[in-house]
Design a protein around this ligand. Structure first.
Ligand SMILES: Nc1ncnc2c1ncn2[C@@H]1O[C@H](COP(=O)(O)OP(=O)(O)OP(=O)(O)O)[C@@H](O)[C@H]1O
Length: 258
């Protein structure tokens, strides 16, 4: 997959529209794309629609030609918001199963699984049942499983929600490198705007079921857009290492003070 975009994506639940004519510019192979926006604006719904899990209208375009949602879903792996269930499978068994589900039977090699355990900092838990892991460890198993499915399109719904600060940055740096190496497209839903500023190649900022802005993180994550979309007053500062950092000053006018 070299390129993906969608036009006029319209999705609703029981006749109630959630995404209304959502279109985006091209997402390219090797890009880590952050989907941002307030609670309830439709981020998870977008991922479900791309996976063909819920009915949707509109057109998906892959490499310049329309693609069915079934064909797109066949190339994709998705990690939903909920953590993987706490089963009796060990971490290693769970990873091996995910690798086998990729359809490439020859490849459930120990070295690849060992690399994944190392990347997700789970070596010590290799033989631990999922039911005995912490929330953050289970979330890292879920991320590893999604990667082991060998997707061309990786969809992750709030994959950092259970991770500590160190793991959030580790996982994002690793996802960025894997996305480039494998030349896949990774779309992930995030709430932390500073994580998106630091790691994403592109940002889709959603607002009330539509796309409010798309572009490089520093083009989209700006005080004027955040004031409209999140109703907060912010400042972008540049730290001594030249990185952008978002400071929150307070709630926008008309809202109770933070
Ligand atoms: N299964 C469902 N049935 C009916 N309505 C739903 C369903 N799932 C989501 N919705 C509604 O669709 C809207 C968008 O929900 P969605 O989960 O896509 O938001 P989100 O942007 O991912 O939110 P959050 O940041 O809180 O996870 C919400 O108003 C929600 O109530």
């Amino acid at each position: 997959m070299k390129q993906l975009y969608w036009q006029d994506l319209t999705v609703g639940y029981r006749q109630r529209p959630v995404l209304q004519g959502l279109s985006c510019q091209a997402l390219r192979a090797g890009e880590l794309v952050a989907v941002l926006g307030p609670n309830g604006c439709g981020k998870s719904t977008l991922l479900r629609a791309l996976m063909g899990e819920i009915p949707a209208e509109g057109t998906l375009w892959q490499d310049g030609a329309p693609v069915s949602r079934a064909a797109l879903a066949a190339q994709a792996a998705c990690l939903p918001q909920a953590l993987p269930p706490p089963s009796r499978l060990s971490v290693l068994e769970a990873l091996r199963l995910a690798r086998q589900l990729s359809g490439d039977n020859a490849a459930a090699r120990y070295a690849e699984l060992a690399n994944m355990l190392h990347a997700m900092d789970l070596q010590e838990q290799a033989h631990t049942p999922l039911a005995e892991l912490s929330g953050g460890q289970r979330q890292r198993v879920g991320i590893a499983q999604a990667l082991l499915r060998q997707p061309r399109l990786l969809l992750l719904d709030e994959p950092l929600s259970a991770l500590d600060l160190y793991q959030q940055h580790q996982v994002m740096a690793w996802l960025k490198a894997e996305t480039q190496t494998r030349q896949m497209i990774t779309i992930l839903v995030l709430h932390d705007l500073n994580i998106a500023l630091r790691h994403a190649d592109q940002v889709l900022l959603m607002h009330r079921g539509g796309l409010y802005a798309q572009g490089r993180p520093e083009q989209v994550i700006r005080p004027d857009t955040l004031r409209t979309v999140y109703a907060i007053d912010t400042r972008l500062e540049t730290c001594s290492q030249g990185r952008h950092w978002l400071m929150v000053d307070g709630a926008a006018q008309g809202f109770p003070p933070l």
